[in-house]
Design a protein around this ligand. Structure first.
Ligand code: MYA
Length: 531
């Protein structure tokens, strides 16, 4: 049934001939269809689009399920007999799923017009792709939309507006390829993610139906300073691109992207960082999702973790059992007054990565603490609406030696009779003094760091389990390849592609190898975590 608040777009936007100029933007006068019934070609197109859509899931990777082999892939649990070994190896190899075959550059009708690296482009040097514009060259007015729609700058200081964005995402944001799970970013999460220090209200871009004011599309940017190897760039971090399901495949996404680009450019910023599960021209890095079961029974019941052949549910539950208590002396919830030490530690650690954020202290405090521990919000670990948890290890001399953090991003479980949500903790920034003084490639650095991260993340799993999370998710970024297998993370079927807009850069290691194993030696050069 058609939502009565939503205009049907059969007669105009749907008329796409797949060319870049066939968007939901107002077409030139002679292109404007004159009556809702005039174009039968468009209806045929719609059927074709529907088929196409059914084929191409737009998942963002992170909520995909575990692969069967993933549950077998822990080296710490490698079966002892050779026969079992070879089955495990076979399963692992079967699980090496390449990302869906990418389109050719020519097929990207929108992206081929943008300043992004082409798939076959040979990079000889790093730097901006287009570098000759000033804000005065950028139009002052938004891109035109069809009359039924209007742009809105979303005022996130207003909780009702955050609720509108929440509602749009709740029903329409990223799903896995089977439409079993959909990300469920909470209003508090959106407040944290989008009202970051120095955020620009005009980079929170909505599209509303003019008549009803219903929010039907959204894209956001926040300011970020980013180091790409030795160069620090001021950029926008683009996220939460979402179009209502009823307005899909009508070329509205390119329009949102162009409008946010215009607004960012107007402020003299020409680069952006974004991630997506889909392959676009051209990822600077690709990381793979790994998942660690905390509540295997529930993950099995919602269809996230299949029961691997040859084992039992009881054995799976036993495999993922964790101690009740953490093990590292001095591990405690971070307080706001830790920020000086935490900042120095994280800066020193992130310095070793090729793509990393350059945080200010206030900014880092926001990302690790949000408003917890302020006068208005207590630093309550068990607060049911809490979105980010940061823990530090303080030694007997009062020195902070380690940081570990994670955030809460549940997924709605679609159409399951027993469970309506999956409570996922996602790994966030961490750092350790272990091996810090040594170059990353030094074998002793790897040994020291591995030993420390094993216990640090085992404790993080215990904390997350005790907070009620069902699964702990992490990418193959940072130094994660050192410990994921050993503490029973399994490879998922999702990948996350990292992109730079208007900046070419040499490829950066994503932490996994083509044979499906973790890249333990080089690990990943990616040190930035996107929400
Ligand atoms: C200097 C400042 C620069 C700032 C901007 C930097 C760039 C920021 C870029 C944005 C970063 C966002 C980061 C996140 O938030 S990633 C999360 C994306 N959101 C979702 O997956 C939610 C569910 N899906 C949807 O809401 C829609 O399917 C979306 C909105 C994704 C596409 O809507 P729709 O399905 O109705 O399609 P269309 O007909 O309007 O448009 C089709 C065109 O859109 C290209 N497409 C499809 N998916 C994505 C995608 N995830 N990133 C970039 N482009 C994408 C596609 O290749 C095609 O172009 P081309 O193949 O013809 O070339």
């Amino acid at each position: 049934m058609v939502d009565p608040t939503m205009p049907t777009l059969e007669n105009h936007a749907e008329s796409s001939s797949d060319e870049e100029d066939d968007e939901v933007g107002a077409p030139a006068a002679e292109e404007q269809p004159s009556s809702p019934t005039e174009n039968s070609k468009q209806k045929k197109k719609k059927k074709k689009n529907k088929k196409k859509k059914a084929k191409s899931a737009d998942a963002d990777g992170g909520i995909g399920s575990e692969t069967t082999a993933a549950t077998n892939s822990s080296s710490a649990n490698a079966p002892s007999s050779n026969r079992q070994m070879s089955i495990e190896e076979l399963l692992r190899q079967l699980a090496v799923q390449e990302q869906p075959q990418k389109k050719t550059m020519e097929d990207y009708k929108f992206w081929k017009t943008q300043p992004v690296t082409k798939f076959d482009e040979k990079i000889d040097d790093e730097g901006p792709i287009e570098g000759d514009k000033t804000p005065d060259d950028i139009p002052n007015t938004p891109y035109p939309l069809l009359n039924e729609f209007e742009w809105d700058t979303m005022d996130l200081a207003n909780p009702d507006v955050i609720k509108e964005i929440f509602d749009l995402l709740y029903g329409n944001y990223v799903e896995d390829s089977d439409s079993t799970f959909r990300f469920n970013y909470s209003p508090r999460f959106l407040d944290w993610a989008l009202r970051a220090p120095d955020f620009r209200p005009e980079w929170h871009v909505g599209v509303r139906v003019s008549g009803t004011k219903k929010l039907v599309a959204f894209i956001s940017g926040i300011p970020v300073r980013l180091r790409v190897r030795n160069t620090t760039i001021t950029a926008a971090e683009i996220n939460f691109l979402c179009i209502h399901k009823k307005l899909r495949s009508k070329r509205l996404a390119p329009l949102l992207i162009k409008e946010v680009t215009r607004r960012v450019n107007k402020q003299g910023i020409w680069q952006a960082l974004y991630t997506a599960g889909v392959v676009l021209p051209k990822p600077v890095s690709t990381c793979r999702y790994y998942h660690r079961s905390l509540n295997w029974s529930k993950l099995n019941e919602v269809g996230f973790s299949p029961l691997p052949p040859g084992t039992t549910k009881a054995k799976m539950i036993a495999k993922y059992k964790l101690p009740i208590n953490t093990s590292i002396p001095g591990l405690r919830l971070m307080r706001r007054d830790d920020i000086g030490q935490v900042y120095d530690l994280l800066v020193a650690y992130l310095n070793k990565f090729e793509l990393a954020p350059v945080f200010g202290k206030e900014e880092l405090l926001h990302w690790l603490m949000h408003d917890y521990g302020t006068e208005s919000v207590s630093n309550d670990e068990k607060d049911k609406d809490r979105v980010v948890w940061a823990y530090v290890v303080e030694n007997a001399d009062g020195l902070i030696t380690d940081l570990v953090s994670f955030y809460s991003l549940p997924s709605t479980v679609i159409g399951n009779p027993t469970h309506d949500n999956l409570l996922a903790a996602y790994q966030f920034y961490y750092a350790s003094t272990a091996g810090l003084a040594l170059p990353r490639t030094h074998p002793e650095c790897a040994t020291l760091l591995k030993n420390r991260l094993l216990v640090l993340f085992n404790d993080a799993l215990v904390l997350a389990k005790n907070l009620g999370f069902d699964v702990f998710n992490a990418l193959t970024l940072l130094d994660n390849p050192l410990f994921l297998d050993d503490i029973k993370f399994g490879a998922g079927d999702g990948y996350l592609n990292y992109y730079l807009f208007n900046y070419k850069a040499f490829p950066i290691d994503g932490g996994y190898r083509e044979d499906g194993k973790l890249e333990v030696e080089k690990r990943s050069g990616v040190g930035v975590i996107m929400l």
